[in-house]
Design a protein. Structure first.
Lengths: 217, 253
């Protein structure tokens, strides 16, 4: 790969800048993150294959694609499992019941999830610093109203589309069926791997027998 | 590319062969000339990608709070500034450079950015580092090794001042693996680069030296062997941007 290391590092640098910019707009989250200062979180996503290290520092976070040392908390799993944990209301039970593999300090991870979930970006302060207090406040209020309306409208629209697509037109299967299908596929993949391993083992033992028997012929 | 063949009294300065004792002064001349616009030129020449290469080096360093880091040929302090944040008040970063102009630009830049307290500056030659044995947890040298007259002596000196288990990271231009990329890179560095140099710093020769010195620098495998010869263990390298740049890592046993 010609630019894989370079591109990967560039993408992570961009993401780190975006996260730090967002954190600057929510000082309370930044203060809470200070309690986890210098704790190394390793997130190893198996599908798609991505390694990410998250290290809260003083008033900023560091994201790395590589950290050539032991992480304090190491989490392994698919992107779907990570998304489940990130949005869970009870991260402890999501960790226990989920399929993520956890090594190291779990309490720090639960704290991190809770802190990030409470992220509340103060757009108004950054707008006020550009346009002044009066215009900034008006713009902030407009954005908050628009966001609230947008979220409600989006939720309503999503519910209606879900109902139409799944229940009325039967174009897509319901969620429980999809989950069951994915589980079946996972099971099948595991069984196939086991079968392949068995075949390999049998092939090796057959080869061994052949080699042992050869001189007798 | 193999290890450059020169007799014991001469060495290379770009494509020229010069006396060993003169190279240091000639390299100093190049960097005195470019120091003031070094950062701007780096950004222009690499389209900002040198920051990504340096970032990758920092990721490989695994430096933690409290560590002692030496950044050799640290120039204008790009790596030292990042390390200073990571090591925190309990740690220490030493920005070393053989060139007074570069060190002064670096020190002024760092001070202006408010990066003070845990950073020290040393006007030092990489071949005979003025530090006690087993001092640093990590040493980095980015785009500096190719300008050092005696690379073997420099690597041994770095090994001496590293703590056992400490790591050396060498970020340096290297040999692209792809023939097409190599051709495009040659055209860029010999035709376009000196012109950019002339436009920005009014110094075409310094940037011609830069391109030539890159070609004379040992390739990935040769540098790895040189690090092993200097006493480093678990040596490995990571190519970046198709091998235009490589980061070599070695651990002091």
């Amino acid at each position: 790969m010609i630019v894989s290391n370079t591109l990967h590092t560039a993408a992570i640098a961009t993401l780190e800048t975006a996260i730090n910019k967002a954190l600057q707009l929510d000082p309370s989250t930044l203060i809470k993150l200070n309690t986890l200062q210098n704790h190394v979180f390793s997130l190893h996503c198996t599908a798609p294959e991505i390694d990410l290290y998250f290290i809260p520092g003083e008033n900023e976070v560091r994201l790395c694609g590589m950290f050539d040392d032991e992480a304090d908390t190491r989490l392994t799993g698919s992107a779907r499992e990570f998304a489940k944990l990130a949005t869970a209301t009870d991260p402890a039970s999501a960790l226990i019941n989920g399929e993520l593999e956890l090594h190291g300090d779990s309490q720090a991870l639960i704290n991190l999830q809770k802190i990030l979930k409470q992220l509340d970006i103060d757009w108004e302060s950054s707008l006020a610093s550009i346009f002044g207090d009066v215009i900034g406040h008006q713009m902030g209020r407009t954005i908050r109203r628009a966001t609230r309306f947008g979220l409600q409208a989006f939720k309503g629209l999503k519910r209606q589309i879900d109902d139409y697509v799944i229940e009325e037109s039967n174009m897509l299967p319901p969620r429980w069926q999809v989950d069951r299908f994915y589980n079946d596929v996972d099971q099948l993949a595991m069984r196939t791997e086991r079968l392949q391993a068995q075949l390999q083992k049998l092939r090796q033992s057959a080869k061994g027998n052949l080699t042992v028997n050869l001189p007798e012929r | 590319m193999t290890k450059p063949q020169t007799d014991s009294k001469s060495t290379h300065f770009g494509y020229k062969t010069v006396d060993k004792e003169n190279k240091e002064g000639m390299v100093a001349g190049v960097f005195h000339s470019v120091a003031a616009k070094y950062d701007l030129m780096n950004d222009l020449m690499s389209a900002g990608v040198h920051r990504i290469w340096k970032r990758f080096t920092i990721e490989l360093s695994a430096v933690r709070p409290g560590h002692h880091v030496l950044d050799i040929a640290g120039g204008t302090g790009d790596l030292a500034a990042k390390f200073s944040k990571i090591v925190g008040p309990e740690g220490r970063v030493v920005l070393a450079d053989i060139n007074e102009s570069m060190l002064r630009v670096g020190r002024d830049k760092m001070t202006d950015l408010g990066i003070i307290g845990n950073v020290e500056y040393a006007l030092a030659n990489a071949e005979c580092l003025p530090f006690p044995d087993n001092t640093f947890d990590c040493i980095t040298i980015s785009f500096g090794l190719r300008n050092v007259t005696n690379k073997d002596a420099a690597l041994k000196s770095m090994n001496r001042v590293l703590k056992p288990g400490g790591r050396l990271l060498v970020l340096e231009f290297s040999k692209p693996g792809n023939a097409l990329l190599s051709k495009a890179y040659d055209t860029y560095s010999f035709k376009l680069l000196p012109k950019i140099g002339k436009l920005i710093t009014n110094d075409e020769d310094s940037y011609r030296y830069l391109a030539e010195s890159i070609r004379m620098h040992p390739d990935q495998e040769t540098l790895k062997e040189m690090m092993e010869d200097a006493g480093f263990a678990r040596c490995e390298y990571h190519n970046m941007t198709g091998g235009i740049v490589a980061v070599h890592k070695g651990i002091k046993p």
